[in-house]
Design a protein around this ligand. Structure first.
Ligand code: DOR
Length: 437
């Protein structure tokens, strides 16, 4: 990591638009955008090589596994993966061991993130004690702590009891914080390991019906309506969820939603090999769902992309499909998967990518220093992308401590070449898509 007082970024195209120009950064802030004279002296210089300049990416849904499963990821390894993926802020989910259901843990994770300094790590607080779904966690204490927790979730588990969820929404409204719900009716998904459709039936895998997700999305929308609360839908995975969000917005309900890169690109036809790397919650759905999710993201019905980066050890994935832990790596491949599914497909331009991967997520959680315009006076949280490069994913070349990427050996478009956090270069590749420096 290069710590500098000033950085000069040469030859980049903000949002991939217009002619290449230069960006001068001083003391963590964008000082000038335009043609910077050759005489300009900076502590560090990045050659953008005509690439796309974006506001640094923001991930509302990351599992960093610390404390508890440092064998699979740490705040440090996850932060490095995030920086290499173009992220300048990530929200670290609460399903650690112990669970982040109190301010001691959330402040600890926040401090670890600050020490590493590669990305802003915002801990997510649990909604219920131990993620058990029975008793509300001390949300106020976590919100008031050093970490200033603003996002709460029992992710990995659904807050399924409607009375608890109602109370949580009321409490969150009073605190001015947001609840992100993992929408899964646990009675409908008992033993389920795959999307409930023809593929699971053929393979003999227990099915997770779309209704398990959609019934909770609908219920929570109604609970949010009555509480005058905001609600965020984590990892939307079905066409029906899209229609429910559209309906709820039409009713004036304050609902937002994210989609993962894997639910945009992959479908359950991949399950035929019984490879545990494809097991994830919610499960990979059908092609019709991926199409609906892409269209919803382009239209803005689904607000943003969130990775659900979920590292798991080899022994937890390389086993019988039904025994494999659900979850996939995502931080280092997210931008490329969005490029493939949305940009190459003509559904979004790079300004649209900035919207769904930086601006909207920052707005949803009220970060005022991320997802900002690329103009003078704004914090220098930046990502540079080579839009014309392609690369082949190698699981052993990732910064993550785990290797459970479903994109192994896949060739994807668009390469993050540098990431800048408040004027500090947190990731940088050698020329021509070379190694990380
Ligand atoms: O696939 C998943 N893995 N979905 C979740 O909601 C949790 C996550 C994990 O923690 O591994």
């Amino acid at each position: 990591m290069t710590v500098t007082g000033s950085v000069l970024i040469r030859n980049v195209r903000p949002y991939g638009e217009g002619e290449p120009l230069d960006v001068a950064v001083t003391d963590g802030v964008i000082a000038a955008v335009g043609a910077v004279p050759d005489t300009h002296v900076a502590d560090d210089e990045i050659d953008g090589r005509g690439g796309v300049l974006l506001p640094g990416l923001v991930d509302l849904h990351t599992h960093l596994r610390e404390p508890g499963r440092e064998d699979t990821e740490t705040v440090e390894s996850g932060s490095r993966a995030a920086a290499r993926g173009g992220f300048t802020a990530v929200f670290a989910m609460a399903n650690t061991a112990p669970v982040a259901d109190n301010a001691t843990i959330t402040d600890h994770v926040w401090r670890l993130g600050r020490e590493v300094g590669l990305v802003d790590v915002h801990p997510v607080g649990a909604v219920t004690v131990g993620l058990a779904g029975e008793q509300l966690a001390e949300m106020g204490m976590m919100a008031d702590g050093a970490a200033g927790v603003r996002l709460f979730s029992d992710d990995g588990k659904c807050v399924h009891d409607p009375v608890i969820m109602k109370r949580a929404l009321e409490y969150a409204t009073g605190l001015g914080v947001l609840i992100s719900q993992h929408s899964e009716d646990p009675r409908l998904t008992q033993g389920a390991v795959a999307h409930d459709g023809p593929t699971a039936a053929r393979l003999g895998l227990a099915g997770w019906p779309r209704a398990a997700e959609e019934s909770i999305v609908a219920r929570d929308a109604l609970l949010a309506r009555d509480a005058g609360a905001r609600i965020h839908v984590a990892h939307a995975s079905t066409a029906g969820t899209v229609e429910l969000i559209r309906w709820a917005r039409g009713q004036g309900i304050d609902i937002t939603a994210e989609v993962t890169p894997h639910h945009l690109l992959l479908d359950d036809s991949r399950l035929a090999t019984y490879d545990g790397v494809n097991r994830v919650n919610p499960p990979l759905r059908e092609e019709s769902d991926t199409r609906a999710l892409r269209a919803a993201l382009a239209e803005g019905v689904v607000d943003c992309v969130a990775t659900d980066h979920a590292p798991h050890a080899a022994q937890e994935k390389c086993c019988e499909f039904s025994q494999a832990r659900p979850g996939m790596l995502g931080l280092e491949t997210a931008l490329s998967v969005v490029a493939e599914t949305m940009v190459t497909a003509g559904l979004l331009d790079w300004r649209g990518v900035a919207r769904v991967m930086s601006e909207r997520p920052a707005q949803i959680v009220g970060l005022d220093d991320q997802g900002r315009p690329l103009t003078a006076g704004e914090p220098a949280n930046l990502t540079i992308v080579d839009p014309d490069a392609t690369w082949t994913v190698r699981d052993d070349a990732l910064a993550s401590r785990s290797q459970n990427t479903p994109y192994r050996e896949m060739t994807l478009p668009a390469l993050v070449t540098a990431t800048v956090l408040r004027g500090r270069v947190t990731a940088r590749r050698a020329a021509n898509g070379g190694a990380w420096q």
